[in-house]
Design a protein around this ligand. Sequence first.
Ligand code: NAP
Length: 394
Amino acid sequence: MSARNLARTVFRAASLRASAGLSRPAFAAIAQRSSAPAFSQTRGIKTMNFGGSEEIVYERSDMPLPKLQSYFKNDTMAVLGYGPQGRGQSLNMRDNGLNVVIGVRKDGRSWKHAIEDGWVPGKTLFSIEEAAQKGTYLMNLLSDAAQRDLWKILAPFITKGKTLYFSHGFAVTYNDQTGVVPPADVDVILCAPKGSGYTLRTLFLDGKGLNSSIAVSQDITGKAKEKAVAVGIAIGSGYLYETTFKKEVVSDLFGERGILMGAIAGLFRAQYDVLRANGHSPSEAFNETVEEATQSLYPLIGEKGMDWMYSNCSVTAQRGALDWQQKFYDATSPVYKELYESVVNGTEVKRALDKNSQPTYREDLEVELAEIDNSEIWRAGKTVRSLRPENVKK
Ligand SMILES: NC(=O)c1ccc[n+]([C@@H]2O[C@H](COP(=O)([O-])OP(=O)(O)OC[C@H]3O[C@@H](n4cnc5c(N)ncnc54)[C@H](OP(=O)(O)O)[C@@H]3O)[C@@H](O)[C@H]2O)c1
């Protein structure tokens, strides 16, 4: 079995384990691989029409692997933080043949994960300060709260000639709350993958890519955008689109509180509860709310769009959905407007910083996640998933 097929098999096994609800650090299975992926895209299209608007895009074909390796041949990519993004981005860069070091606090959870993934203490795994000293690109992938809390420690290492990189416009845009004001003599760039680091990694291993936005907040060398594109490709992105630090953070905080995570969880729960309150079984309520959505209909939206999903359902379903979509639009629009305002005025940033800088922030989050896990809808979901034919024990 080739290394590529092995990696795919390992990933599929990991996906099956995850969907069967078995516990295992998801990343461990997808950390190691021995060959760099073939860049399959060959087009070099710079401008694309998005529903009537022209936008500049960058693709892997703009930076084939030899060019990418040559571009970074004198650089050390210091990845500071090893959460989902630090992990996904650093592993993809390592597989792309770049010189990568990891900087995390010693003996924490991230330190352990980094060792599991093959980073070697004293060689490629260091304290945050040591890694920041070694790096020419300082890739600040600490949690957003830690970016504020550790800024004074990090700042002395951001010296002339280095490049400061973020995956979120958070710290720089809301510097009135974070204190993150980069020195005036370095390039400051951003590449923000539109999805979790786990997906960034697994898509990369499968020869695919998560789309990312890029932005520049300081261009000292005249090459900041070029650098953002190059790092964006190096971390395994699909196509790259341009934004600003501010637009990135606002759209990101808005989206994740909205349909990506918050709204979808609320909508699922509301629908499930109405079905249950009217005497439908958990199995029926879960299948009509979550399972059919995630297993059948949403993948169709991803594949070919909303109209295609509609046209693959019965005319009865289409009639009802067309009639009711406006009501849901009208009901949720005011909530979305309130949410957007809460992001723009800094309320969401303040809350994230306050909550996520508590010493017990991970444990506190785990308590809230356990509440979700223990709620009826998601307990029912575990049983439903265990009954998927591919998960039934032979
Ligand atoms: N996750 C996503 O889907 C996503 C997508 C795009 C962009 N981003 C952005 O990417 C960046 C990293 O996000 P993430 O989700 O990967 O990270 P995260 O899980 O929020 O945290 C990452 C790291 O922060 C470290 N950390 C937290 N508090 C610390 C402290 N007081 N001292 C030292 N280290 C500390 C953690 O180390 P320990 O393990 O030792 O606690 C961990 O290595 C953020 O700017 C985020 O907004 C995230």
